[in-house]
Design a protein around this ligand. Structure first.
Ligand SMILES: Nc1ncnc2c1ncn2[C@@H]1O[C@H](COP(=O)(O)OP(=O)(O)OP(=O)(O)O)[C@@H](O)[C@H]1O
Length: 338
């Protein structure tokens, strides 16, 4: 798979989020955030736990109605309804995997396809020639996507029997089934081992090479800095810095607010570790181990109980199953908006 970085500076804007603010009662989870994603770009969104990254994603995909600001896709303001956002061309995956666990791998992808099929209820019930043709085309496309993510041999397996890393791939295949122009990935490598993370990296580059722009939230800095053309940093709901991987990882404010110690393999990380060890020896103390885990942001001191979650029913999100906890025995996942 290719890993070329294209010149995207002059490419057309796919996503334009402007002045997005999201308040939950007294808590401002996202404050006046502007972000664009251009054609052919992979953009990263990073920040400490609770910085507002997922809330921002939820505003982009219509799961939340932003308190202020607006989101446009290819020049058109998006209605704050998940299924309309999917129809417009934005697909997403969730931090907590959401699959229909008792359906097959293929069926899960077919579910993601429904926004692109025109056949209605009567057609489905009567199973006429139009329906059969559309069904065959959908299956063909779903198999292509399974081939693309490497899951074709497991098309008839139940989703719940897939190993964790493959469930994440299946989520991506299902998102791609809606033929998006922009894919939002919320922590795609969470819980993955190194080899699964590398495979996901390759997959994201391949998705970009198909002409699909990608916006990705991730805590794995090595993954983000290798993958992204541009990275935006959220801290306590506000965008602190935005720039290339190099600019962001060298920005003092980002290092102070988020990165803490350099991540493993970062430029200068080895030298920094040596300095730390030397200093520790000089002071007669043991050096703390460098960490790839970002520092925790201080929790905002506000009451989120009366959160404004109008229109925030995740089950309303097109192509995503109802959630565990709401009585759906089919779902593998937890019941939140992550
Ligand atoms: N539905 C909600 N109601 C009330 N508060 C919420 C809601 N969703 C998120 N929050 C709060 O908004 C803030 C931002 O949370 P969010 O989940 O967006 O952060 P995050 O950057 O995605 O964190 P993480 O990296 O841990 O996933 C947190 O303080 C969180 O508790």
């Amino acid at each position: 798979m290719t890993t070329i970085t294209k010149d995207t500076a002059t490419a057309a804007t796919v996503l334009d989020a402007s002045g997005v603010t999201m308040r939950f009662g007294g808590l401002t989870a996202v404050r006046d955030v502007n972000l664009t994603v251009r054609e052919g770009e992979i953009v990263g969104l990073i920040g400490p736990n609770g910085a507002g990254k997922t809330t921002f994603f939820n505003c982009l995909t219509g799961l939340y109605v932003p308190t202020e600001g607006q989101v446009s896709y290819k020049g058109t303001v998006l209605p704050p309804k998940p299924h309309l956002v999917t129809q417009a061309g934005i697909a997403r995956t969730f931090q907590n995997i959401r699959l229909f666990s008792n359906m097959t791998v293929l069926e899960n992808v077919l579910v993601g396809r429904h926004t692109r099929t025109k056949e209605g209820l009567w057609s489905a019930l009567l199973r006429g020639p139009g329906f059969k043709k559309a069904e065959a085309a959908s299956r063909e496309r779903a198999m292509e996507l399974l081939e693309f993510v490497g899951l074709a041999p497991k098309a008839e397996h139940l989703a719940r029997n897939l190993p964790y890393g493959e469930q994440r791939k299946l989520e991506i295949a299902r998102a791609l089934a809606s033929d998006p122009g922009l894919l939002l990935l919320d922590e795609p490598t969470a819980g993955m081992n190194q080899s699964e993370t590398r495979t996901t990296e390759e997959l994201v580059f391949a998705i970009r090479d198909l002409g699909i722009a990608v916006l990705v939230i991730e805590h794995d800095m090595k993954f983000i800095f290798k993958l992204c053309d541009r990275v935006a940093v959220l801290v306590q709901g506000e965008k602190l810095v935005e720039g290339t991987s190099e600019v962001v990882q060298n920005d003092e404010r980002v290092v102070a607010a988020y990165l803490g110690t350099p991540y493993e393999g970062a430029p200068g990380a080895e030298e920094a570790a040596e300095v730390e060890v030397a200093e520790a020896h000089a002071h007669g103390t043991a050096a703390p181990a460098p960490t790839a885990v970002p520092a925790q942001a201080p929790a905002p001191e506000t009451d989120a109980d009366d959160a404004a979650t109008d229109d925030a029913d995740p089950a309303d999100d097109a192509g995503t199953p109802a959630e565990a906890g709401s009585g759906d025995a089919n779902s593998t996942t937890e019941g939140d908006s992550k």
